[in-house]
Write a protein that binds this ligand. Structure first.
Ligand SMILES: *Cc1c(COP(=O)(O)O)cnc(C)c1O
Length: 429
């Protein structure tokens, strides 16, 4: 198995009996830093970004990394260096981008529940745009901006209401979703925004969902967005930019999402056909930039064969990798050092006291106690949703760059976990 690549994981390959991430032996990282351990490939992130850049070649586009997928400072830094902007969803996200050297002017602020304090901080920092999600939010933003004596740059997030019958997997662009302004309220909202003091209308945005593996929903949403742009501009409100959100899926288990470059060429053809090809464009990809750039390395603690089920208990758990427990999501699980033994069927589970704490059901693996496994496609929505459940410290994170390994987050200690807590001093009498 020399130089055998894993499907969907261009940065990972077996060389002989060793799994490599770029030029580094993953088992060496586990020895040096312990497990569970997240390992990210910088090359894979930049390659994913390049696919988007190819699709937009020659256009005016700002790619804003949706950092909730993976908000590690070391990951933000990679995208900031590459010239990306950032899609943030909280004041905390904002502080991370600023701390990692991102440019405030390239930050867009999404989310249905921005607080006044978050708005104030974002205005003071000079962010590029607020993606406003309701009429009520617009009023509050106007008040906050006026209180600071500034003008808030605004885009209205519209709900394109892409037909659920044809595209049932779309979760955020449906009529009854909490996100965005309903189609029929879009025009009145823009008219209100155009009149409001402290508000400057910049653009329009949408985000139709996540892990989208077909191009049709995007193409439908684009047409609906352009209908809205025409209607808004017809009443005398010019829009500088059009933002199509994120949501492009990745290959977890043989899915074949459209290539970012190809998808955007098709979308741009639609824009050109309707005369919008030279507009400022924005997109907000998250998962598709980082999801397949990361793995979570874990050690097999115990094997527990049973009458009906065999359990392979590993030291990573639902607090590190919440997607299986949350969405019954599938992650490939592979050995760092494959054995030639006959594989058996295992339920790969974590140590947490919950039946929902599983990483993979019915996996065919040749494993022994002490082996190291890699849970693939763990770069997005894993560490960002990690918790301290069962008083487990959060894992360490490594960014691999060729033959260099940078520790971008050390393992969380018990002191870290307890530092914000206090005993009340109750003594037994
Ligand atoms: C989560 C989110 C994204 C990114 O979605 P992905 O599926 O990770 O690409 C983009 N925009 C908004 C508003 C989001 O909430």
């Amino acid at each position: 198995m020399t130089h055998e690549n894993l499907p969907g994981q261009p940065h990972l390959a077996y060389r002989g009996n060793e799994l490599y991430c770029e030029e580094i032996r993953v088992s060496d990282l586990a020895k040096d830093h312990g497990t569970p351990l997240f390992v990210y490939s910088k090359g894979a992130m930049l390659a994913a970004l390049a696919a988007y850049q190819r699709g937009f070649a020659g256009r005016k586009v700002q790619i804003c990394y949706a950092m909730k997928a993976n908000p590690a400072l070391g990951v933000i830094e990679v995208f900031a260096e590459a010239g990306c902007g950032f899609d943030i969803v909280s004041g905390g996200d904002l502080e991370r981008v600023l701390a990692a050297g991102g440019q405030p002017g390239k930050i867009i602020f999404s989310g249905v529940g921005k607080t006044r304090a978050e708005m104030r901080r974002a205005l003071e920092a000079g962010i590029g745009c607020f993606n406003v999600e309701s009429e009520a939010e617009l009023e509050v933003l106007s008040q906050v901006a006026l209180s600071l004596g500034v003008c808030a740059p605004v885009s209205i997030r519209v709900n394109p209401n892409v037909d659920p019958k044809t595209h049932p997997y779309i979760s955020t662009g449906l009529k009854d979703s909490k996100f965005g302004v309903a189609h029929e309220r879009v025009l009145p909202t823009y008219q209100r925004a155009a009149k409001l003091a402290g508000i400057r209308v910049l653009g329009i945005d949408c985000h139709i969902g996540s892990q989208i593996t077909q191009e049709d929903p995007y193409l439908d949403a684009v047409e609906r967005m352009l209908d809205l742009v025409e209607a808004i501009e017809a009443v005398g409100i010019p829009l500088q930019h059009i933002d199509f959100g994120g949501g492009l899926g990745i290959d977890y288990s043989g899915e074949t999402p459209p290539d970012a470059g190809v998808l955007w060429q098709k979308l741009l053809a639609r824009l050109d056909a309707r005369g919008f090809g030279q507009r400022d464009l924005m997109i907000e990809p998250g998962r598709s930039l980082v999801g397949n750039a990361g793995v979570c390395v874990s050690e097999v603690l115990y094997l527990k064969p049973g009458e009906h089920k065999n359990f392979c208990i590993i030291d990573a758990a639902m607090n590190d990798l919440p997607r299986p427990a949350l969405y019954q999501a599938f992650h490939q699980i592979v050995p760092l050092n494959p054995r030639q033994d006959v594989p058996e069927t295992w339920d790969v589970v974590g140590p947490i006291c919950e039946s929902g704490d599983w990483l993979g059901h019915d996996r065919s693996l040749a494993v022994q106690q002490g082996d190291l496994l890699a849970v693939l496609s763990s770069g997005a929505y894993c560490m960002s949703m990690a918790s301290n459940y069962n008083s487990r410290g959060r894992a360490a994170e490594i960014l691999v760059e060729g033959s260099q390994a940078h520790l971008i987050r050390r393992r969380e200690t018990m002191a870290d976990q307890m530092q914000s807590e206090r005993l009340v001093g109750i003594k037994s009498k």
